[in-house]
Design a protein around this ligand. Structure first.
Ligand code: ATP
Ligand code: MG
Length: 327
């Protein structure tokens, strides 16, 4: 069975961008692939975190994996820092990655822009991500569009390693959806929706109360025209709302555009709020039914399964690079 790996950072509240771009793919893939889904807490440390909040958000993310419909009998759900091989392989890969390659990464440029101090970890983030993926000999990586560049680098690193030290890693392929791979911010639809955006109104969180969801959608930035049509260049706000409507209802985007043609933005927003609330209420109910102990048990078992696979790959890599194995 082919392998799938993906991770989400516990850097804040999980939003519908994370869900529509990445996490809903996880659910769809769980029956046909051997899947590893990770709460990537080591990645979260690349920007400052409140330690107490980070712990809470890590468990919350794991619970959300279950609440959206991942079945721990079918997939492996775990916390990245529970499997030390991730950090170890990241170091080894840093030693075959070029400074110039990491300097070209747009996520680093975006996240470091205007900051007084930027951690080295934020710069070498793509190597940790490559380690996450390559440890499991992953064939497919379901992610949002913003991770495409990191995936290309992961492929380059895997190929470089294989050429230099002999066939070792599977060269992974990204799985990026046609629709939903880049859900835009509600307050500035030229930027992607993000957990770490300082304006909480930019995003709808999976655990937002219905009244909050409604307020955020009704206030979403659109444009000064009145016509409803799909036009990403001139009408990114309206196009984003139409896309979210299509994804939450399963209606084709053309159908959605026709449905709202000739109507006001207010109608689109009101109906969208209902659809989003309906879907998120189901996830929220599942979430509330989960006990912390159960989530911790799933994470413990997940870490054991992941560890067994990761250790094997790490040993092979160390041996090939010239390190002496202890046993
Ligand atoms: P942060 O701001 O801390 O980077 P984030 O919202 O970008 O948080 P990540 O944890 O970095 O979330 O990404 C988790 C997954 O969600 C990745 O696969 C990423 O590509 C995807 N993703 C993130 N934002 C969006 C978005 N706006 N639309 C679609 N997919 C997204
Ligand atoms: Mg991100």
């Amino acid at each position: 069975m082919k392998r799938v790996f993906s991770g989400v950072q516990p850097t804040g509240d999980i939003h519908i961008g994370n869900y529509l771009g990445a996490m809903r793919q996880f659910v769809a893939l769980q029956d046909d692939y051997e899947c590893f889904f990770c709460a990537v807490d080591l990645h979260a440390l690349t920007v400052p975190q409140d330690p107490k909040v980070l712990k809470e958000k890590t468990i919350e993310l794991a619970a959300l994996y279950l609440a959206i419909g991942l079945d721990p009998k079918k997939v492996t759900i775990f916390i990245q820092s529970h499997v030390p091989a991730h950090a170890e392989l990241a170091w080894l890969l840093q030693c075959i990655t070029y400074f110039g390659e990491l300097s070209r990464m747009t996520q680093f440029k975006d996240k470091s822009k205007g900051k007084e101090s930027v951690s080295v970890g934020l710069f070498t983030y793509p190597d940790l991500m490559a380690a996450d993926i390559l440890l499991y000999n992953t064939h497919y990586v379901p992610v949002g569009e913003d991770q495409k560049q990191h995936l290309e680098l992961t492929r380059d690193i895997a190929q470089r390693f294989n050429n230099r030290f002999g066939e070792t890693f599977v060269v992974p392929e990204p799985m990026i959806l046609k629709l939903g791979a880049r859900i835009m911010s509600l307050t500035d639809p030229t930027k992607k929706m993000s957990k770490s955006d300082s304006d909480p109104n930019n995003r709808i969180n999976l655990l937002d109360e219905p009244s909050v969801i409604k307020k955020k959608i009704m206030r979403a930035v659109t444009d000064s025209e009145t016509e409803i049509r799909l036009d990403w260049e001139n009408k990114p706000g309206v196009s984003n709302l139409l896309t979210i409507y299509s994804l939450f209802t399963g209606m084709e985007i053309e159908e959605v555009v026709n449905k709202f043609k000739g109507q006001g933005y207010g109608t689109l927003k009101k109906e969208l709020a209902e659809v989003v609330i309906d879907k998120l209420t189901v996830i929220q109910k599942n979430y509330k039914d989960l006990s912390r102990d159960y989530v911790l048990k799933v994470l413990k078992e997940g870490a054991e399964r992941a560890q067994a696979v990761a250790e094997k790959t790490l040993k092979e890599v160390k041996e090939k690079m010239g390190l002496i194995l202890k046993d």
